[in-house]
Structures are given as structure tokens and as C-alpha cells.
Write a protein that binds this ligand. Structure first.
Ligand code: PMP
Length: 398
């Protein structure tokens, strides 16, 4: 029976400390940066609410106002009758923020990557993708039926060799996360641009963890580095620093027209509720004007990363608000996470296949909502757990 093989495989997953389970977390609106779980208040060091906007009253009010005007659902896909007024307003604001011709909103980041990649590449084409790119990029490539040329993480020479190998393919697309979601390190955008020029490829950058976070107005890593014109497809999410839900793609007029005609998840799926879109426009306004949120976020991130590093943990090579504490063993990573919970900290263990075998970790993500006092206390607890579980002795400090 079908259920038998599932049960057996689930047991094997459980045995290897690899089974995933849903947990319920309850927000505490008056205390961003905290959440409730199992009746206890926990410091939230796992959400991607980088700027602390998920509970912002102005966003919630904009959503409520639009809900009363537009109703609960969009009723149809955007190309049918779902393209309500808030969409145009948000896309205009996104295009101005990204200093691009046009923007297009997608249901979420996963859908945006799947939709865009499969609209830009097909049989006879090749997509070059960093080994640590997000799963949605991998799935987009699989769906596109293009050749998947996977290069070693941030290994520019490996990418060059693959570009050379596939130089005769019809179309070439290079895709990268700007900030890698499980390691918090940056893509080598300057090198990628040099190669895309040399091999006449398109470059797509996923700013899921950098949009709202980098740049004077939160415009993302590529724009912050002055690389706007060299990136052909700017993609980002509206669920992390924006605190809401959805994703955007920005680029030139032709690209957006193409996606409107060819990105199947956009064409064949109901539009997001207009109230959500209205809330996102308000979030964008806050992202652009409340610079103090980014300052607080980076102060918190730098303090937290350097404190863990000085304590002797392996925190990788990043400099973003994502701080991995690499443990290695799956079971130990779970033990670490549950010890953190006992100490009042929500920080989830990330295990394979999300990260490579032998690199299970706690993935901390910081927020403007965290104070240095809270983080100092958290570091003390993390250090104590690290010593108790033997993680401090065993971690690589090179
Ligand atoms: N790209 C990256 C780099 C991500 O980390 C994520 C989500 N974690 C996504 C895309 C998918 O975004 P969403 O959650 O909006 O589907």
C-alpha cells in the first residue's frame, strides 16, 4: 500500500533527525522581535522580519482600509479581472525605488523564481546557478527544461569553465542569490557581471534577503553597489524586510512585457488579495524613509556575529543579518535548537537537504526589533549551550 512506503521513509527520516514538523508560533503585536510558542514567550531569532515591519500599525491600517474597499479576494488572475488598483500603485512605486522601467508583482518569491526562469529559458538553453542558490531557483530551472549548469558556491573559475563549455547554447542565463539564504554571505556580483558580458549571458539576481536591507533606501545589494544597469533581472521578495507577502521583478519594459505574456504562474493563478498589495506599498514607504531600521539591524547583526565568533563558534563568512552557527551533526543541531527554546530563544535547526550534508546549523536572523541587551543575553545562553553540547570544541575556527 502507498502508505506503507511513506511510513517507512518517514521513519528513516525521523531516525536520521531529518523529519520536519509544523510548529505554531503566535505573534505578540506589542513586542516585535518576540513570539509565543507552547504558552511561552520566546525571543524570535529565526524570522526574516529584518526591519521589524510585520506588526507595523501603518501597514496593518493600509491593509484594513483596502480590505474594506476591495474586499477579501481578487477574484481572478491579473490578466482576467484581478488587476485591482493597488497593483498599479505598488508596481509604480517599486519601479521608482529600483530605478527601473517597470515592475511586476508575483504571488511570492518561490513562484517568481519558478515563473521567471521558466519564461526566460527553455530546451536548448542553459542556466548557470550557484550551488547554494535557493530551492525555488533550482525548481525554476528544472521546470524550464534548460540545461542546469550548477557551479560551486561563489567559485567564479568554475562558472567560467561552465560558460565556456556551454558557449554554443542558444540562450544563457546566470542566476544568483544576492545574499545566500542559509550562509548569509554575498554573491560576487562584480565577477558575475564581467563573465555575463564576456559570454553574452543574462544575469538575474534574487534579492530576497538584501532588498530593504542594503542601500541608502533599502534598494538592495546590486543597486547599493552601483550595478543596476548590469543586472538584467532584479527579483526580490515582499515577505522578509517588507514584513508582508509576495515578490517583485524589476527590469526594462520589454522584460516585464515578456513576463506578463510568458510567466505561467502569473497568467494561470489568481492575483494576491488587493489588501495585501496596499499594505506592501505602505511597507515600501517605510523602507525608503525609516533609515534607522537598517542602522539598528546592522548594529545588531555585527554585534551578534562578532560575539558568537569571539566565543569560538563557526559563523561562516557572511556580513549580513543572517548568521549561521554551523554545527555539522543533524541530531546535535536539533538538540541545540531545543536547548535554545528552553532558554527562551526561538532559533530553528536547518538540516539537509536545505544545507549540504554535514553542515546542519542554527540559522539566526537578526531584526531591527532586537536590542543589544537582548542579544547580549542571547549570546550568553548560546555560549553556555555550546559548551554543554560540545559544539564549541568541535567547531572549525579557521
Ligand atoms: N529566494 C530566496 C533566496 C529565499 O530565501 C526565499 C525564501 N526563503 C525565496 C526566494 C522564496 O520567497 P518566498 O518565501 O516569498 O516564497
Amino acid at each position: 500500500m502507498i502508505i506503507n512506503w511513506m511510513k517507512k521513509e518517514l521513519e528513516a527520516l525521523n531516525h536520521a533527525s531529518l523529519e520536519r514538523r509544523l510548529r505554531t508560533h503566535v505573534p505578540i503585536p506589542e513586542s516585535p522581535g518576540y513570539m509565543m510558542h507552547g504558552g511561552r514567550v520566546l525571543l524570535d531569532l529565526s524570522s526574516n522580519d529584518y526591519l521589524g515591519l510585520a506588526q507595523h500599525p501603518a501597514i496593518i491600517e493600509a491593509m484594513r482600509d483596502a480590505l474594506l474597499i476591495e474586499g477579501a479576494g481578487a477574484g481572478a488572475s491579473r490578466l482576467v479581472t484581478g488587476n485591482r488598483r493597488p497593483y498599479g500603485q505598488l508596481e509604480k512605486a517599486l519601479a521608482e525605488w529600483q530605478n527601473c522601467d517597470a515592475a511586476l508583482v508575483f504571488a511570492n518569491g518561490y513562484i517568481a523564481n519558478v515563473g521567471v526562469i521558466s519564461a526566460l529559458a527553455g530546451r536548448g538553453d542553459v542556466v548557470f546557478s550557484d550551488q547554494f542558490n535557493h530551492a525555488s531557483i533550482v525548481d525554476g530551472i528544472i521546470l524550464s527544461r534548460a540545461e542546469h549548469a550548477r557551479y560551486r558556491h561563489n567559485d567564479i573559475e568554475h562558472l567560467r569553465a561552465l560558460l565556456h563549455k556551454f558557449r554554443d547554447k542558444r540562450r544563457k542565463l546566470i542566476v544568483t542569490d544576492a545574499i545566500f539564504s542559509m550562509d548569509g554571505d554575498q554573491a560576487r556580483l562584480l565577477d558575475l557581471i564581467e563573465l555575463k558580458r564576456e559570454y553574452n549571458a543574462l544575469l538575474m539576481v534574487d534579492e530576497a534577503h538584501s532588498g530593504g536591507v542594503y542601500g541608502l533606501h533599502g534598494e538592495g545589494l546590486a543597486l547599493a553597489l552601483g550595478l543596476k544597469n548590469d543586472v538584467d533581472i532584479h527579483m526580490g521578495t515582499l515577505s522578509k524586510s517588507f514584513g508582508v507577502y509576495g515578490a517583485y521583478v524589476c527590469g526594462n519594459e520589454t522584460l516585464i512585457r515578456w513576463l506578463m505574456n510568458k510567466a505561467r504562474p502569473l497568467i494561470y493563478s489568481t492575483a494576491l488579495p488587493p489588501s495585501l498589495i496596499a499594505g506592501t506599498t505602505q511597507a515600501l514607504e517605510l523602507i525608503q524613509t525609516e533609515h534607522w531600521r537598517r542602522e539598528r539591524l546592522f548594529t545588531a547583526s555585527e554585534f551578534f556575529r562578532s560575539s558568537l565568533c569571539m566565543a569560538g563558534f563557526n559563523v561562516g563568512n557572511g556580513d549580513s543579518p543572517i548568521v549561521p552557527l554551523i554545527i555539522g551533526n543533524n541530531h546535535k543541531a536539533l538538540q541545540f535548537s531545543s536547548a535554545l527554546e528552553t532558554e527562551g530563544i526561538a532559533a530553528i535547526a536547518i538540516r539537509p537537504p536545505t544545507v549540504p550534508d554535514g553542515t546542519a546549523r542554527i540559522r539566526f536572523s537578526l531584526s531591527a526589533a532586537h536590542s543589544l541587551e537582548e542579544l547580549t543575553d542571547a549570546v550568553t545562553k548560546i555560549r553556555r549551550i555550546g559548551l554543554r553540547l560540545g559544539v564549541l570544541e568541535s567547531c572549525d575556527q579557521s
